[in-house]
Design a protein around this ligand. Sequence first.
Ligand code: AMP
Length: 375
Amino acid sequence: MKVGVLGGGQLGRMMALAGVPLGQEFVFLDPAEDACAGVVGDLICAPYDDEAALAQLADAVDIVTYDFENVPVASARSLSDSLPVFPRYQALEVSQDRLREKTFFSDAGIPCALFASVDSYDDLVSAADEMGYPCVLKTRRMGYDGKGQRIIQDRQQVDQAWSDLGGQALILEAFVRFKRELSIIAARSTRGETVFYPLTENRHKDGILITSFAPANAGLLVERARAYAIKVLDNLDYCGVLTIEFFDVDDGLVANEMAPRVHNSGHWTIDGAVTSQFENHLRAIMGWPLGSTDPVGASAMLNWIGAMPDPSNALSYPNAHWHDYGKKPRAGRKVGHVTINAENILALQAELGKFALALGEQLKESGVEAFTRGH
Ligand code: AMP
């Protein structure tokens, strides 16, 4: 079975690392010559809307999926004329546009922040005055890892936010005062089997995920998150892994965004669950039975942002699962992660303390310190 993947980043790379033992081979389409999935499959290096490249991909593979939700919908749709493409392109349409996404959530009865479409300066002023401050101005498209958004604290900051982001389609959201951020990862197979991973607690810095912790201590919120995920899966006739990110507020969960793909907040499942999100995504799109999503103890996943730490320090702690994506260092770029497991939450705290000692000076950039303090 040959799997085609639109996007050849670390998610595609980890997908192939899960799929090769299942007997699968991978072909990636990515505009970057040094796309990091290229070492685990064939790489077609071309823009996502290059018709000849899409035809080459369609000829080479049996099924297509994505590691990136911002690929052109038209490319996914044209591929789906000749072979199975999962998740269906309709899921891309919803998740590529924050306004459509929020409208979709509220139509499905999933709570989300108050929002308003902003196409002009006047729209912004009236929406912000009506919504109140602080509020968050975001680009409707191509925003990820905190890119393309500004928090507006008061009326005086409106002009600056407009001069930073104006001139493109925007959405204004009420600022949600959340206790913490949680995500759910679900998988639904083409046969309709559905499984859920435990909720994951996520911490962000400058809009970028830095640490995930699973299973989150979430009580009744687990059932609520599952019910919301089922609404999304049903409404989109969804196949594959789906992620929804939530804010935990006093009276429940508020959906922030969804990703029609495997997700950074599920990286812990590689080393900390019976079946990883990557393997279950592949099983789901193939129509194979899904694997157990049970966690193996408790896990913490720490992202390496910008550059990898020196492994000789960090790996002097023997229980680290080390993942280096082979990407060139660049500020704000996710270049790798590490997962630490332990039998339970208390043991995990102790393990994280030992890992922090091994990491030494590099600790400050890693987010480990904040993580151990917070638990
Ligand atoms: P996003 O690109 O929408 O995932 O936002 C990145 C991060 O910014 C989120 O994980 C939150 O930490 C923060 N954020 C985004 N939207 C809001 C909001 N409406 N209220 C409060 N914080 C937000």
